[in-house]
Design a protein around this ligand. Structure first.
Ligand SMILES: [Zn+2]
Length: 228
């Protein structure tokens, strides 16, 4: 069995195309969200990425867009720990989780570090606060076992030019986990088609089982993966 997981950050309108694509191939995914940027009914302009205007989804559409997928805390406002106290950062992480658990009416114990910035101290604090894992932006070929579940690296970014090669090389370790931002494709059909080709190839692989990121940690069993 070759487990494959993916996650996408920031809760943006361009995620809609991804969720439609993933449903088509039965691909699981986790979306890391910043609830502080969701307006009740309106999409919110957030920033411009290389000429492409990025909008956050409206709160009113979150449940339908992410139906069938996992959502996880990415802090309320994409917090930068260097600009606040540790307590404030942990508060941002926990508040986002509570918001998502209330809205989606299910447990949400994953975390993704904004901009991949983390510290050992904050990792310990988030583990104590009940988070099961925290994704960095560092890459490793062998992801498991983790030394610290709140410092979980991934195999690669989805635009890595060696994506399929890394996928193949990860096979011997049994886990491939990639991440990205849907807005990096700028809604360009050619970019979406390139991603779709990857998703289709992975889904068609007889050894592959799509899993949620949290399953990678939960099923690891032993170690310090629990909050208790
Ligand atoms: Zn982010």
């Amino acid at each position: 069995m070759f487990r494959v997981a993916q996650c996408w950050d920031d809760g943006v309108v361009s995620d809609i195309a991804l969720t439609e694509m993933f449903r088509k191939y039965g691909a699981r995914a986790t979306f890391n969200l910043n609830p502080g940027f969701f307006r009740p009914q309106m999409r919110r302009y957030s920033w411009t990425h290389e000429g492409f205007d990025v909008y956050n989804l409206a709160q009113s559409e979150l449940r339908s867009v992410y139906d069938g997928f996992q959502v996880a805390s990415h802090t309320m406002t994409h917090a930068d720990y260097r600009r606040m106290s540790a307590d404030a950062f942990v508060g941002e992480a926990v508040d986002a989780r509570k918001y998502l658990e209330d809205l989606f009416q299910r447990e949400s114990r994953g975390f993704a570090w904004p901009c991949g910035r983390y510290t050992q101290e904050l990792a310990d604090r988030l583990l104590e606060s009940g988070f099961l894992y925290g994704r960095t932006t560092k890459n490793r070929l062998q992801l498991l076992p983790v030394e610290h579940p709140l410092i979980l690296h991934s195999s690669c970014h989805f635009l890595n030019e060696n994506f399929m090669e890394i996928f193949e090389r990860s096979r011997e370790f049994g886990v491939f986990y990639f991440w990205g931002h849907s807005y990096e494709m700028h809604d360009e059909p050619s970019q979406l088609a390139a991603l779709e080709k990857k998703i289709a190839t992975i889904s068609a692989d007889p050894d592959v089982v799509w899993v949620d990121v949290v399953d990678l940690i939960r099923e690891e069993g032993a170690g310090d993966g629990g909050q208790e």
